[in-house]
Design a protein around this ligand. Sequence first.
Ligand code: NAD
Length: 481
Amino acid sequence: MKNYINGQWIPSLGTDTVDVINPANEALLGKCPLGTSEDVNAAVAAAKEAFKEWRKTPAMDRVQHLFKLKTLLEENFDELVQLCTKEHGKTIAESKGDVRRGIQMVETACGIPTLMMGQSFEDIAAGIDCQAIRQPMGVFAAITPFNFPAMVPFWFWPFAVAAGNTFVLKPSERVPLSQMKIFELIEKAGFPKGVMNLVLGGKEVVNALCSHPDVKGISFVGSTPVAKHVYQLGSSHGKRVQALGGAKNFMVILPDATLDATVRTCLESIVGCAGQRCLAGSVILSVGKAHEEVKERIVRAASDMIVGDGADPKTQMGPLISKAAVDRVKGLIQSAVDEGAKILLDGRNVDGKGYFLKPTVIDGIKPHMRIAKEEVFGPVVCLAEVKGLDEAISWINSSNFANTASLFTSSGAAARQFSYEAAPAMLGLNIGVPAPMAFFSFGGAKDSFFGDVKAHGTASMMFFTDTKVTISRWNKNSNIW
Ligand code: NAD
């Protein structure tokens, strides 16, 4: 596996590697090099040089490469889906979603002439006009996680590059294959050399990007401790940073919800992608009589799920990313039992190859338990009974995380109270995975997000451009016209 720097595929200068493993069967798919700060220097230098011409290229010409890429992504859609399933383990349907959501970012970024438009106003004082334009800033970088191998890098670079910046991407060293393929397509789309660069690696590459003097901004997605580290390191080096971190997502079910549909939606939210989504539900807070009914239905639905290799079309849930992930989730399940919760469905015993864990349902969750506070990132349904919406909202708002939360109800008044009072920055009303589209902002609050400006759409323009205001007065000093 090579880096893509200045329009060329070149070997990493790093000598260490990380095994890339198919988590469904433990087959070795390749070895991802752990790049060095010299690799980062080369990529940033290429991007800095390319910026000089790229920023002068008219926006309508810049986006022609994105239109071409969109076509190439469609033509290679099935191969990308297969790669995504192979290196991550998710089902084919989930990988289709992963790739499709990425393509939607490219489509939205093609609208850059409108997205990037500034403002102007005449006569801010007598005879004086003002205009504010958005200018690209230079080299931006993104550091991305394992759980959406295709999609997450697209949250950033199409917007940054369409706006006239140049880019360095460091994907997760655990799932580099989808991005290697996408960079082959980026190359075919004909971006000028140095505009898009790929550096494979881990910590050393991350730290070099966050401290490089020529990198203007960093977009990060990953776990909260690393998000905090990247935010601190990047901002202490004068960069803009948007760092999207981990999550603990609650789903509230009121007795007036349509229970069959709600239980299906909640289960899909919790076990989809084997629970490895930042918007995955984790704890279901059900009110009154809803609790008993949800409990019984969700156990039945969870025990019916077909768990296996995501490449098999019959599979409804794939494996976790690694043995370490399986052990960590099992540890959290055990901690809940030790703290007094009751397992209603135990998915811990799975034989054979692959990093599998079956859906697990635990009842009697209390706010003080570890499993109620920490991110699980696995297919574990946690059930808790609460007295009413007020108690549910106050539980949600006591969490350190605030990525997303959902309410299931048919009451508009309850929905309004929830939208008004719940702290998470992305809310679902009768929706299990409140994932905003490419043209709305994306990002949580509290320990789920470090920074000021979120991802996607118009929000991303604030991150990837700087505003420049020009105030003008033109005195007439000639009579020739
Ligand atoms: P991770 O934090 O382990 O890795 C993310 C990136 O950081 C990778 O590119 C990795 O190479 C790098 N990294 C890891 N450890 C580092 C260190 N010590 N120093 C510097 N860089 C380091 O996250 P992950 O396990 O790949 O992804 C799962 C996490 O990502 C979950 O917590 C999930 O909630 C979060 N996530 C959040 C969002 C969101 O939108 N908020 C979206 C997807 C995933």
